[in-house]
Design a protein around this ligand. Sequence first.
Ligand code: IMP
Length: 422
Amino acid sequence: MTKGKVDALLGIVFGDEGKGKVVDFFTPRYDVVARFAGGPNAGHTIIFDGKKFVLRSIPSGIFDEGKTNIIGNGCVIAPDLFMAEARELEAAGYDIAPRLHISRRAHLILPTHRVLDRAYEAAKGKNKVGTTGKGIGPAYSDKAARVGLRVGDIEENFEEKYRALKERHEQILRDLHYTDYDIAEEEKLWMEGVEYMRRFKLSNTEAEINRALTEGKSVLAEGAQGSLLDIDHGTYPFVSSSSTTAGGVCTGLGVAPNTIDRVFGIFKAYSTRVGSGPFPVELFDETGETLRRIGHEYGAVTGRNRRCGWIDLVALKYAIMINGVTDLVMMKGDVLDEFETIKVCTAYKKGDEVVTEMPYDTEGYEAVYEELPGWQTPLTEIREEKDFPPAFSAYIAYLEKQLAVRISIVSVGPDREATIIR
Ligand code: IMP
């Protein structure tokens, strides 16, 4: 953390790396915590003092009275879901309105965006993306098509603008012959959400963040999803619709590239993916099932089973390159405790072709593995690096050598204390 600079905390694979756990560790060090991309497709589970919260749109610095939290211009926001999320925090005693500022340039997710999300998925047949159904893709599509509604739009003639966009959506839905939906109740709640949002500071957050930087404050850009779900650099078309990588910090908050200092890349000691799309390391056998069971790999938003596999160095090297990762954070090392042998994917192969660089499309590639000995010792109670079993230290050293970036933080269990700084 450097005063007057932005650090980014990014999931660098397919999301669900466990950002929720480490933000709790990171946020106290920063003055401003800002979300720069995505929306309620995210689910950051935060557990402290025996309480559990799942944050979707709200930044993780929200529990701390002294911090400014920002939902940046690169985000999309669903007023009804935002209201539900915010009210839950208020009910738990957090006075969040003074500490949460929302960019007027962030786009709104309408109820009809969610219907469109379902309609587009239905129309895709077997090529479904497996979206979270939160209307993310359609909202970002409208943004790119220059017809979207922004938070700032609620300040003037909103009803009219809303009706025009809704009618446009209804027409598309008719064209798709997708007419069996009823959003009456949802729409009521959504409008209530719009009213509720007015109590927050709707501001030009890019100016606010830059002012904070000039004043020497520190900013944490809190990522959502993961680098391989980035609209440009992910496994397109099986991606989300925002810029989840380090470049998205600049566009999604309005900060210049030279304000970025450290880029923390979070990854798990193994791999997971939710939704469709190629996943060369996916295990369909008992090992995959064991990883899912021990790692509790079920989606925070949708409850879906996550697809599981061994760690993927091809994907990690690519994500480190795209993001300029300066520090790695390895989560869930303890999930591998019981394995006799641990595999690491070092290349992909298709027929006779073997690649170590991320291909244009990973479909049809299989993983090539190296094997390392497992530690077969519980890690969860360990609090100092010197107590790591040698095979775990060797696994870390091997990854650092392969990835050429230091793993600065290692998490070995769900507790706050099970986080070792190196
Ligand atoms: P969407 O963001 O709802 O459009 O979903 C697009 C793809 O991204 C799907 O495969 C989702 O499962 C995946 N996805 C979206 N948000 C998350 C997340 O927070 N964690 C993991 N996967 C996500």
